[in-house]
Ligand binder design. Structure first.
Ligand code: SAM
Length: 295
């Protein structure tokens, strides 16, 4: 087996060879601990028939572990300066495709079709750039990719919000926006010392597995997310007050909201953080005829 890229010595060697300087603005914190990488990959349950999609290979630390575990790896990197580095570090692996692109602008579905024909089990596995964690996850979920799920590293605070359960202070519209599509759990908490340079915040790896069916069927998904965002706008306010300020105005707004809350079996004095996704779904459907698009 080839020597790991992700040891402090080898990483420094590679960075020196290419005179590479980290760009903080691109969230470049590289992993320098092979044990953590093995752990991340093991949480993805890959086989030699699987595909792995990576966001941000850096100098290839995680990419090479994925290349060893999966049939094919496709990795999207925004920073052009890393392309010659990756060509060098990943040269022992013939099952890796690097795509030079901003993941937020990439047509990932098309790339999967072209690069992973016949592969049925696909996971997104990445040490995400922290400045765009949430937009990346929401984009990849909204793209409706043919994937099983995600194993991704991010700042711990965001990981806690994504995986939060109702009734906790971390639970909010982000928890719902993600858990509508996937089951979400923290797989491991990661110390700062395994990165170069070390980030200012703590990190965690989360595991997201796609639901075969959404946890609640709604008339309009966008409207469900609009209702949840409105319900959490001011955490100390009741759901009634938040909905009154958040939903686009109409005549007799308060009465219509009260009617919908009653129909959904939700006390107007409750706070957003106490409602499950199922309750939000029923409430969104009750509000939709009055406050949905075009109303
Ligand atoms: N996977 C490497 C590792 O674990 O050592 C690097 C992870 S580093 C946290 C994030 C990587 O994402 C960097 O290589 C950075 O250049 C890249 N990146 C940042 N923004 C990106 C974007 N919008 N699209 C694709 N890659 C991006």
């Amino acid at each position: 087996m080839n020597k790991d890229i992700a040891t402090p010595i080898r990483t420094k060697e590679i960075l020196n060879k290419y005179g590479f300087s980290f760009k903080k603005s691109l969230g470049q914190n590289f992993l320098i601990d092979p044990n953590i990488l093995r752990n991340i990959v093991s949480h993805a349950d890959l086989t030699d028939e699987s595909g792995a999609i990576e966001v941000g290979p850096g100098i290839g630390a995680l990419t090479e572990h994925l290349a060893r575990a999966a049939k094919k790896v496709v990795s999207f990197e925004i920073d052009q300066r890393l392309l010659p580095v990756l060509e060098d570090t990943l040269s022992p692996y013939d099952n890796v495709k690097i795509v030079h692109s901003d993941i937020l602008k990439a047509d990932v579905k098309k790339v999967i079709e072209e690069e992973m024909p016949g592969i049925e089990d696909i996971m997104v596995v990445a040490n995400l750039p922290y400045y765009v964690t949430t937009p990346i996850l929401l984009k990849l979920l909204n793209d409706r990719l043919p994937i099983r799920g995600f194993v991704v590293m991010m700042q711990k605070e965001v990981a806690d919000r994504i995986t939060a359960k109702p009734g906790t202070k971390e639970y909010g519209s982000l928890s719902i926006a993600i858990q509508y599509y996937v089951t979400a759990e923290v797989a491991m908490v990661v110390p700062k010392t395994v990165f170069m340079p070390q980030p200012n915040v703590d990190s965690a790896v989360i595991r997201l597995i796609k639901h075969s069916e959404p946890p609640v069927k709604v008339l309009n998904e966008d409207f469900l997310f609009e209702v949840t965002r409105a319900s959490f706008a001011q955490r100390r306010k009741t759901i009634l007050n938040n909905l009154q300020s958040g939903l686009t105005s109409g005549k007799e707004k308060k009465e219509l909201i009260l009617e919908a809350l009653e129909k959904a079996g939700v006390e107007p004095s409750r706070r957003g953080e106490t409602l499950s996704i199922q309750e939000f779904g029923v409430l969104a459907d009750a509000l939709y005829p009055h406050f949905g698009k075009g109303k």
